[in-house]
Design a protein around this ligand. Structure first.
Ligand SMILES: CC(C)(COP(=O)(O)OP(=O)(O)OC[C@H]1O[C@@H](n2cnc3c(N)ncnc32)[C@H](O)[C@@H]1OP(=O)(O)O)[C@@H](O)C(=O)NCCC(=O)NCCS
Length: 197
């Protein structure tokens, strides 16, 4: 059966290119994950706040390395795109940002992120979201990015607001956490919406 509308993003738009390094600011960049990040990822996942909102922990460096392998492989499958947030000068790992559940036809993806406890409170996450959104809209022709967080996660809601995402509503009882079901707050940014800065 022929499709009547061309996909928003042609197949091969990601796997046909090398995953780029994206500059966030003079001191912060997004770069592809490397296997050597596994120890830091395992350490960051000891943080109760990361465990709370990401609902898992890594018990060994090998386990964290397995996650990194999964993140790397999604670029080739064009199903996800995952970056390490790093200090550009030292390459110190500051956090993670990703486009998950990529849909090439509709040009959509879901944003995910966490920051190491020591890197929080400096605006690194919202600035990274803005830089990634600009790349996604301008370089790949994504149409819509969605950002969802528990209604109890005020810091994540601030990230969405600061990055210019609009609020769409609440998906009731849609995500399971250690303490039960959470209502999830949905935000979105469309290509053409203005972003800060
Ligand atoms: C949510 C998170 C990614 C925000 O990243 P960030 O780079 O610290 O973002 P910001 O610096 O813009 O701070 C966002 C808000 O967090 C709060 N915050 C500030 N300093 C903080 C600190 N040291 N520790 C925790 N939260 C802090 C503030 O309310 C701030 O909002 P404000 O600008 O109105 O003051 C980060 O707090 C985090 O990794 N949290 C744990 C995991 C998580 O929640 N992941 C997201 C799941 S949807």
């Amino acid at each position: 059966m022929p499709i009547l509308v061309e996909p928003s993003i042609p197949e091969g738009s990601l796997f046909g290119i090398e995953q780029p390094v994206i500059e966030v600011s003079r001191s912060v960049s997004l770069r592809p994950w490397v296997n050597g990040d596994a120890a830091a990822v395992m350490e960051f996942f000891q943080d109760p706040l990361i465990q709370r909102w990401h609902v898992k922990r890594a018990d060994s460096i090998e386990e964290a390395a397995g996650w990194i392998g999964g993140w790397q492989s999604e670029w080739l499958k064009e199903s996800g795109a995952h970056w390490a947030v790093v200090d550009s000068g030292s390459d110190r790992l500051l956090g993670r940002i990703a486009l998950k559940n990529i849909d090439l036809y509709d040009g959509t993806a879901d944003l995910a992120y966490w920051m190491a406890a020591s890197a929080r409170g400096y605006g690194v996450c919202p600035n990274s979201v803005v830089a990634l959104a600009r790349w996604a809209f301008d370089e790949v022709a994504f149409n819509r990015l969605e950002l969802e967080h528990s209604v109890d996660n005020a810091a994540s809601c601030r990230v969405a607001d600061k990055a210019g995402f609009q609020t769409e509503g609440i998906r009731r009882g849609s995500a399971r956490h250690a303490d039960g079901w959470h209502d999830m707050h949905v935000h979105s940014l469309l290509r053409g919406d203005s972003t800060p800065g």
